[in-house]
Every structure is written in structure tokens, then in C-alpha cells.
Design a binder for this molecule. Structure first.
Ligand code: UGB
Length: 597
């Protein structure tokens, strides 16, 4: 009461709201007016942000928190009444006719799509200090994830425009990047200092997610920062925020008015993703899926969520990701005594969620008009003891973008598309120490395995296109056994689909295991090439280059390093190897025309 005089009318309203919500403890330690007044106002400014950035405001947040905390204390099963079963979806085999047709349909749709990258996570698990999107995807060319994503979108949209020529006007395909306080400035700076990697700056929008208030106890009392009693402690709310941010930004409506039909969501460090995107988008278009999750075959009990159909006793149905630690108990509790086990394919019948979602814009807007983009949340308090009355540290509500279908009506068309893991999924999430502890045969999901997966996928694609490539050798880097294939890398402008690759590779080509092949130009045609060394070819657009004959040199080697060696940059150390460039044939064709190497 005594501090009312120093506050504005809005701040007083916010204060009253907190009192009504049973949060009086936030003000208990406030000294008399005249002492620490700026700090008091700063607290209410923070309350204002916390209130306005959450759908329904702080009152909804606290009400939901009380309900979820009570459920958690009571040990309530979130799947009570639900029976799991295997949902239906499309299983792709890279390079067969079905795959090629879906790719073609997908490319056509890219002109009608918007891309959304969720990049608010700092990647504590990876132990890398920079933002993850700036991390080199591979160290042969040192292209970072963000550059690759942007170039892939630009090349796909170019291909889409060519296919649709004559019937549609050209669009700048939008890219949204969700950032957080942890990543926003550095993401913007990375884009600006690299001229947006060739995208128009107006094509890219950054939406920053806010953190949410931490909760100190089962009564959802807001936790004050232990180092600052005038600040409410906050933590990230999870990637599920992307839906509310897209909705409140007005972008969805803008996209609808532009005539767009699809929104594609993807994560920050999966260098393979764009190899599967065209076909998955094709599946969405052909099957008219409102929601399509790109998935990979999943070994039973593997630590990624499983896409599952859940049917409730009251008739509700949904196709949804069930996190791996919940799937096994759910199956056991519903008449599957062995839980999550592999079927005759050698994989779990529940495909692995890799969190790359394709939503149809119309139904998405309809749904968000009802929910405001709020996603079903969860809470994961760490209790001090079995009485579950006190927390070890404060907790908060969290939400995941893949939980979007939870509120959809049963008539919504929710499906999935399974692509082979080697083609679609190699995230960089784990630090070297944790990766080295991964049980043999399970994926490391480290910077080491992420880079090797790119060479492997490119080699497998070239093999499918008829190129003879040596088998890989196995090497150990940072305590991880990895297959080392020839280091083949191409820019998206050279090929974004398998059809592009087939159209640019012909005759009798061979590439030895020690080789490096980097293709940077668009119209580079590989014919009768025998490569044993390093070859880097670049060309301006409209320079058509035939690459063939025998290229033999000492090449570039992959050499193990000590991860603790302080002379090397962090992005090299987390891989456990570096590329030693001894000798190469490097050609750049800078003028339009026809050339032969
Ligand atoms: N992210 C945000 O943008 N904001 C946030 O608040 C948090 C994250 P993680 P996670 O593909 O293997 C997901 O931390 O959440 C971004 C699925 O839930 O890498 O542990 C962040 O920048 C899981 O089912 O992953 O696990 C990053 O781009 C499984 O599919 C993305 O969200 C798993 O991914 C994912 O964040 C997986």
C-alpha cells in the first residue's frame, strides 16, 4: 500500500493482479517509498512482459500451473484413458519412383510455403558457446547450418518457380527464425554480417520468444531470483512458443493473404533435413495432410519420441508424439506386456519424431484462432523427497511444438512421413563426453557424427545415381566410432532433389575413399570422372562446366585431434578431427559460357 505513490496506474493494476493471484510474497520485502524505487518499477515492468507475452496472461499461467502441479503431485498419468496404436503414414524409400514423384510434387509446393526455424535453444547439451545455427555443418567447406538452410530454401524456391513458370508469379519464400534472449542478437548479427546468405533481408523475420516465470512451490508461487529480490526468476518455455508467436505476429494472416498453403517447421542443427523436405512436402500435398511429421525409423526404446495414435475411451483420437520415456510404460499399461519392442522390420512400429513438421496453413489458422497458439503444457518439478511438497529448485511450465495436434478435432488429417535416417536426421545436440558414452550402435548426435552423416548421405545419393564410391573406413574421433566416407559436398544450387543429381551425373564416375569433391556452381555436369584426391569446382550461374577425366593428387585428409588442445577453435575440438588440406585441383569459372575441366 505504502508504495502506491511511486507507481503508475498500469503498474498498480499489475500489482493488484498479482495480489489477486495469491502472489503477495513478491512485495513482502519492499522497503518504504524512496528506497530502491527503480528496482520496484523494474519488477513490475518485468511482470508486464511476462503477462503480455503469455496467451491468456499470468492469471492463465498460474491457474494452469496449479492444475498441472496438482496432477504431478498426485502422480496422475497424462495418458489416462488413452490406448496407443500404430498410426498410418507414408514410408519413403530414397530414390524409388514413389520418392521421385513425391519430390516433384513437393518442389511445386515450395512457392506456396513459409519456413520456420526454431532456434531459441542455446544448446547446453552440446557445450558450444556460440549460437548453434552459426556452427559449421561440415568442415570441408565450413558452411554453417544457417547458410545451408537459407541456400536450400532459395534453391528450392528457384526450382519451384521454374516448375510452375507461366502459371504463377514469383514469390520470395518467407523464413521466420524464432530466437530467444540467449540467441537473438547473435542470430541477427550473423545474418547481417553475411548479407543474409543471399536472401533478401525483408524475407527473413526474427520472432523472439520470452521466457516464462519460475514457480517456487506446488501453489505456483512465483520464484524470485536468488540474486535479485526485485526480479522474478525465468526459464525457457520450450519450442512450443513458436505457434503463439506466429499467430500474434500477424504473419499467418499475411501468408494466407499472399496465397501460401504450407508452413514448415524445422530445428537448428539437422544438416540432412533438406534432403527429405521436398518429398515430405509432396506427401502433405498429395495426401492433403493438415499435419505431417517427418519421422525416421526408430529402434524400440531409442531416445527419441514415437509418433503414436492415441484413442480415448470417450472417443477422442489423436496422432501425436509420445516421448520415449512415456511410450514404453504406456504400452505396458495398455495390454502390451513387453512394452516398446521392435517388430519384424527390426524397428519399433512407432516412427521416431524428429520434430520437422509441415502444417497446412488454412486449418492451422482456424485452429489458432480458437487457441491463440497456446499449446498443451507440462511441468517437470524435481521434488526434494517422496512427499512431493518441496522442489529442489524452481520449476516452470514447458511446451513442445510437436504437441500442436493435441487440441485438434478427430476430423483433422494428421499423418507422418518416414524417411531413412541416413537421409533425413543427423542432429548435432550432444557434447563429446556424453556422445562417447552413448551405447554402441545408438546414434551419437554429436558434431562428429553430424558431419560424417553429411558425407555419407551425399555418397549414398551419388551411389544411387550410378557413381562408384569406395566403401567408408571406420575411425574413432572423440571416443566415437564413425564411418568416414569420401568428403562429397555440394551447394543446394547444384542439386536439391534426386532428379537434380541424376540430371547432372552421367557416364562412368568413380571416387576413392580418400577423396574430397566439392561442387559449388549450379551448372556443373559430372561425366566420366575418376577422382583420387581433392577437386573443388565453382562456376558462376550460366557457366556450363563438364567435369571429367582423371584427377589425382594428395588431396585433403581427415586427421584426429586432441579435443582438449587449446590451440584449436571450439567448433573443431567438438568434432575430434580436422581437415588437413595438402593438395587439390581447384577450378573457378567466372564467365558465362561452356567449359570442360
Ligand atoms: N528451441 C527453441 O527454439 N526454444 C526453446 O525454448 C527450446 C528449444 P532441443 P528437445 O529432434 O531429437 C526435441 O533442445 O526439445 C529449439 C523434441 O522435443 O535440441 O530436447 C532449439 O533451438 C524431441 O521429441 O531438442 O527435443 C532446437 O532447434 C525430439 O524430436 C529445437 O527447438 C528431439 O527434438 C529443439 O530443441 C530431436
Amino acid at each position: 500500500q505504502k508504495n502506491l505513490s511511486i507507481l503508475s496506474a498500469d503498474q498498480i493494476e499489475l500489482g493488484k493482479m498479482l495480489l489477486d493471484l495469491g502472489q503477495g510474497h513478491v512485495f513482502e520485502h519492499w522497503p518504504d517509498p524512496g528506497v530502491e524505487d527503480d528496482d520496484k518499477k523494474a519488477l513490475l515492468d518485468q511482470v508486464s512482459i511476462l503477462n503480455s507475452s503469455y496467451p491468456g496472461g499470468l492469471s492463465t499461467y498460474i491457474k494452469t500451473a496449479r492444475e498441472l502441479l496438482a496432477d504431478s503431485k498426485a502422480g496422475k498419468n497424462p495418458f489416462d484413458g488413452f490406448t496407443p496404436s500404430v498410426p498410418s503414414g507414408e514410408v519413403l524409400t530414397f530414390g524409388d519412383d514413389n520418392f521421385i514423384q513425391y519430390e516433384e510434387s513437393g518442389v511445386k509446393q515450395v512457392q506456396n510455403a513459409a519456413f520456420v526455424l526454431v532456434a531459441g535453444g542455446l544448446g547446453e547439451r552440446l557445450g558450444y558457446k556460440g549460437i548453434k545455427v552459426a556452427l559449421p555443418m561440415e568442415t570441408t567447406t565450413c558452411t554453417c547450418f544457417l547458410q545451408h538452410y537459407i541456400e536450400s530454401i532459395l534453391s528450392l524456391s528457384e526450382a519451384s518457380f521454374k516448375q510452375a513458370q507461366g502459371c504463377e508469379c514469383r514469390r520470395d519464400v518467407p523464413l521466420v527464425i524464432m530466437t530467444s534472449d540467449d540467441t537473438h542478437e547473435r542470430t541477427l548479427q550473423h545474418l547481417e554480417s553475411n548479407s543474409y546468405f543471399g536472401m533478401k533481408s525483408t524475407q527473413v523475420k526474427l520472432l523472439k520468444q520470452e521466457k516464462v516465470a519460475c514457480l517456487a512451490d506446488n501453489d505456483a508461487r512465483l520464484a524470485l531470483d536468488p540474486n535479485n529480490k526485485f526480479r522474478i526468476q525465468t526459464k525457457p518455455h520450450g519450442h512450443g512458443d513458436v505457434h503463439a508467436l506466429l499467430y500474434s505476429s500477424g504473419l499467418l494472416k499475411e501468408w494466407k493473404d499472399m496465397g501460401l498453403r504450407w508452413v514448415l517447421f524445422f530445428q537448428d542443427t539437422n544438416g540432412l533435413l533438406f534432403k527429405a523436405i521436398p518429398a515430405a512436402l509432396g506427401v502433405s500435398a498429395v495426401k492433403e495432410y493438415h499435419v505431417n511429421s517427418l519421422a525416421v525409423p526408430r529402434k524400440a526404446k531409442e531416445a527419441i519420441g514415437g509418433i503414436t495414435k492415441l484413442t480415448h475411451t470417450d472417443g477422442r483420437e489423436m496422432v501425436i508424439n509420445v516421448e520415449y520415456n512415456q511410450l514404453d510404460p504406456l504400452l505396458r499399461a495398455t495390454g502390451h506386456p513387453d512394452g516398446d519392442v521392435n517388430c519384424e522390420t527390426g524397428y519399433s512400429p512407432y516412427p521416431g519424431n524428429i520434430n520437422q513438421l509441415i502444417l497446412e496453413l488454412g486449418p492451422y489458422i482456424d485452429e489458432l484462432s480458437k487457441t491463440g497458439g497456446a499449446i498443451k503444457e507440462f511441468v517437470n518439478p524435481k521434488y526434494k523427497d517422496s512427499t512431493k511438497t518441496e522442489f529442489k529448485s524452481s520449476t516452470r511450465l514447458e511446451c513442445m511444438m510437436q504437441d500442436y495436434p493435441k487440441t485438434l478435432s478427430p476430423s483433422a488429417r494428421v499423418g507422418f512421413t518416414v524417411a531413412e535416417t541416413w537421409l533425413a536426421y543427423a542432429p548435432v545436440k550432444n557434447n563429446p563426453e556424453d556422445a562417447a558414452k552413448v551405447p554402441k550402435g545408438n546414434p551419437y548426435h554429436s558434431a562428429t557424427s553430424g558431419e560424417m552423416a553429411i558425407y555419407r548421405a551425399n555418397c549414398m545419393i551419388l551411389r544411387k545415381a550410378g557413381v562408384k564410391l569406395d566403401d567408408p573406413v571406420t575411425q574413432v574421433f572423440n571416443g566415437q566410432d564413425v564411418e568416414v566416407w569420401s568428403r562429397v559436398v555440394w551447394k543446394p544450387k547444384w542439386a536439391v532433389t534426386f532428379t537434380d543429381v541424376i540430371g547432372k551425373v552421367s557416364g562412368n564416375n568413380s571416387v576413392s575413399q580418400k577423396s574430397t569433391l566439392v561442387i559449388k556452381g549450379r551448372d556443373i555436369f559430372i561425366k566420366d570422372l575418376s577422382l583420387d584426391g581433392a577437386l573443388i569446382v565453382d562456376a558462376v550461374d550460366n557457366a556450363e562446366v563438364k567435369v571429367g577425366g582423371s584427377v589425382c593428387n594428395s588431396g585433403w585428409a581427415v586427421e584426429g585431434i586432441d579435443k582438449d588442445s587449446s590451440e584449436l577453435p571450439e567448433e573443431v575440438r567438438i568434432r575430434g578431427f580436422q581437415i588437413i588440406k595438402t593438395e587439390q585441383l581447384q577450378q573457378f569459372y567466372g564467365e558465362p559460357g561452356k567449359f570442360s575441366l
